[in-house]
Ligand binder design. Structure first.
Ligand SMILES: Nc1ncnc2c1ncn2[C@@H]1O[C@H](COP(=O)(O)OP(=O)(O)OP(=O)(O)O)[C@@H](O)[C@H]1O
Length: 429
């Protein structure tokens, strides 16, 4: 899609004014190490579906990639260093709005007829095509109409509702905050332990089934949730096992609509493999979606973990306290798969992928993130959600005590901890 880039008009060295015509979008990326302050000085505009308040100053930090869209025209002021800032006239926003309108019609039908439930829509596509952004847009538009859809995030590498290595569901009853994202009120989070589903596909699919069961229970108990439906974000792995996981999720959540972003092949495969009642729709990606390198993704994961403990602008004060080895039991979920020939009769190599592996306390746990399981016994662990996360900052081997960083003061609410395999956090603060 050809982008029309307009020259920016400098008013003074600090402030740049942009006049946007209707149906256009200001795209900018905050320079590394800088902050950019945005203000809507005239008209109406929104960021990923959340409306901007006139004359309010919004601050975006280093690396943020933002699109300010206007349906009717507006004026935006930016103060601070941007990597890039331009106005684009070609956007897929009308198509995205049409998707929202179609979902809203399905909600209205569910409101009128109790035998029908609200729409369950899954967004799929390769990496960096704007899946999370479209989810946010659809959630925000729904919330602006008073709906409360359930957002399900299966993107374990870049989840927006918890820290990396987890997957879960969050009820959205108001638009995401423009600077801080979704209000994380009591999300239902499960421990996966890795940043890619391919690291343990068996566990990944099992957790999808668990989350789907919880979503169904929630819909049974809340007619608002049932009518509002669900919006499911997925990760960018769309071949082989990744494709199978998409099909499994579509079946487990009983989706009505799959929005395929930017890949005809995936669209054609899903159209063929899904039952007829599932609408599979191909959507273009926005020309503004930015491709992220491995390093940018790693930094985003680190930032997400830091945010969990310290808040967006260091607004939270985590606690550090000692936990004796004897007060906790640590496990990892999933033993390495053994060759079939070495297994007892009737046991499959895949069974070991959801097995609990006890982890002995040692210095090797330093900087590791652990989920605090809600389980009271080992039998419940794999199926149980987590209550929160801690980081082991120090290990006193002589005194047999861990020093931990925790969002809440001690003692820990439960004693079973699950270690994240390859996700760590260095607490330099
Ligand atoms: N129209 C736009 N203009 C500018 N930036 C955008 C636009 N849409 C999305 N972005 C930015 O592009 C980046 C990638 O988008 P997003 O996270 O939605 O992609 P994704 O497909 O979910 O990625 P992945 O599955 O690889 O995690 C984000 O930083 C987002 O803020």
């Amino acid at each position: 899609m050809a982008e029309v880039k307009e020259e920016t008009q400098k008013v003074n060295p600090d402030k740049v004014e942009f006049k946007l015509e209707k149906d256009t979008e200001l795209r900018f990326e905050v320079e590394n190490g800088a902050n950019v302050v945005l203000e809507l000085s005239a008209g109406q505009a929104e960021i990923f579906g959340a409306e901007l308040t006139k004359n309010k100053k919004y601050t975006f930090s280093s690396g943020f990639k933002v699109a300010v869209f206007t349906w009717h025209g507006c004026q935006i002021n930016l103060v601070g260093k941007t990597e890039v800032a331009y106005i684009a006239k070609d956007t897929p926003m009308t198509m995205y709005l049409n998707c929202h309108t179609a979902l809203e019609q399905m909600r209205k039908k569910a409101e009128d007829d109790f035998s029908i439930r609200g729409p369950r829509v899954m967004i799929v596509g390769p990496g960096d095509v704007g899946k999370s952004t479209l989810c946010r847009l659809l959630c925000n538009y729904a919330a602006r109409l008073g709906r409360a859809p359930i957002l399900i995030d299966l993107d374990v590498g870049q989840t927006e509702i918890s820290i990396p290595g987890t997957m879960g569901a969050l009820s959205i009853d108001r638009p995401a905050d423009i600077e801080e994202g979704y209000a994380l009120n009591a999300p239902l989070i499960y421990h996966f332990g890795h940043k890619s589903p391919s690291d343990n596909l068996k566990l990944y699919n099992l957790l999808i089934t668990r989350i789907a069961e919880s979503v169904s229970l929630r819909c049974e108990s809340s007619s608002r949730a049932n009518i509002s439906g669900a919006i499911i974000n997925t990760c960018g792995w769309v071949r082989g096992g990744g494709y199978q996981a998409i099909v499994h999720a579509a079946t487990a959540f009983e989706v009505d609509v799959i929005l395929v972003m930017d890949q005809e092949r995936l669209h054609s495969e899903l159209s063929k493999d899904m039952p007829n009642f599932v609408k599979v729709v191909l959507l273009p990606k926005s020309g503004g979606v930015v491709e992220r390198s491995k390093i940018v993704r790693r930094d985003a994961r680190d930032a997400r973990i830091k945010e969990y403990f310290y808040g967006i602008r260091n607004s939270l004060y985590p606690h550090t306290f000692g936990v004796p080895y004897s007060e906790v039991t640590i496990y990892k979920i999933g033993a390495p798969a053994l060759p079939e020939a070495m297994l007892p009769l009737g046991v499959s190599a895949q069974d070991s992928r959801t097995k609990l592996v006890p982890i002995q306390p040692s210095g090797a746990l330093r900087h590791h993130i652990l989920s605090v399981s809600s389980a009271n016994s080992t039998e419940e662990i794999v199926d149980s959600n987590v209550l929160g996360f801690i980081v082991i900052t120090e290990v006193d081997i002589d005194r047999k005590i861990f020093s931990i960083l925790s969002p809440t003061p001690g003692p820990l609410p439960r004693h079973i901890l699950l270690v994240m395999d390859d996700i760590q956090f260095m607490d330099f603060k």
